[in-house]
Design a protein around this ligand. Structure first.
Ligand code: SF4
Length: 275
């Protein structure tokens, strides 16, 4: 059984959809198992730091820090990749973010109630546009642009717009209809080719059903089976615990399907495990 105050997020829902056992170990038992997610470890650590540094720069810009100061920080970073990521941001960041009258809300968390539990979303950036539309911006720092179908199938693509549609009024002072919401994944590796997902009433209703069902399934579950897809075990810290192998999968394959950017709410645990 789940504790009454358990909080659902895109991260723990994705864990359940990927592998119910992983959800159980990580979010019910709070087991921390000492293994890296992908190899080589030092390169994994370096990529995680790069992603974190890029998010910090974008956050500071949304808060109003001047671009020249941020550019100097990026270009003086020991890793030249951060400077290149930042140049991509300068050249191709979503134009809506610079429009007159736009209100920006970086690193904001909203929550709603669903199925008797709290469902929360921590957004990289919400932008309330003067015409009433609201843009969800999610920065992705993968080595390569993820496939669109895989991105759209992720729990994040359902949870973020759904929570915003339910909870926007608490932030903006007015309700926001699903049709006014757009989710935009922006990639440092493909800055001119973001993935744009327009939300609407039909998808909102479908997501409400889907997410309610998942929550009910998890809340009622007394068994959490191991995934049949042993491929994902190569990138899971519990692989030796589950007797699914001892060797971490290669970083470049990890980034085909997974992203360090998705691990926001598990960041503390990941850092502890890997290093
Ligand atoms: S190692 Fe595999 S089976 Fe075990 S929790 Fe991770 S993904 Fe699930």
């Amino acid at each position: 059984m789940l504790l009454e105050n358990f909080q659902f997020t895109q991260s723990n829902m994705q864990d359940y959809l990927t592998c119910p056992r992983r959800f159980d170990l990580r979010h019910r038992q709070h087991l921390q198992w000492p293994a890296e997610e992908s190899a080589p470890v030092q390169e994994t650590e370096r990529r995680m730091k790069l992603g974190s540094d890029f998010h910090w720069l974008a956050h500071q810009h949304a808060l109003g820090m001047p671009l020249p100061a941020l550019t100097a920080l990026a270009e003086n970073d020991p890793s030249p990749e951060l400077g290149a990521m930042w140049q991509n941001y300068l050249a191709h960041r979503p134009a809506e973010l610079s429009a007159d009258g736009v209100r920006r809300f970086p690193e904001v968390t909203l929550a709603t109630e669903l199925g008797g539990f709290r469902l929360a979303a921590k957004f990289d950036l919400l932008a309330a546009l003067p015409d009433g539309r609201v843009l969800i911006v999610d920065w992705k720092t993968n080595l390569r642009r993820p496939r669109a179908d895989r991105l759209r199938a992720r729990a994040q693509s359902r949870v973020y717009p759904f929570v915003l549609a339910r909870a926007a009024e608490s932030l903006l002072g007015v309700p926001v209809a699903p049709d006014a919401i757009t989710m935009l994944y922006w990639f440092t590796a493909a800055p001119a080719d973001p993935e744009t997902i327009r939300y609407d009433e039909g998808q909102f209703a479908a997501d409400e059903t889907f997410l309610t069902d998942i929550i009910a399934q998890i809340a009622a579950a007394d068994a959490f089976p191991l995934t049949d897809d042993a491929r994902v075990c190569r990138f899971c810290t519990f692989r030796s615990f589950c007797e699914r192998g001892d060797v971490a999968g290669p970083l470049d394959e990890f980034e085909d399907d997974f992203s360090f950017d998705d691990l926001d709410l598990d960041w503390e645990q990941v850092s502890e495990i890997a290093f």
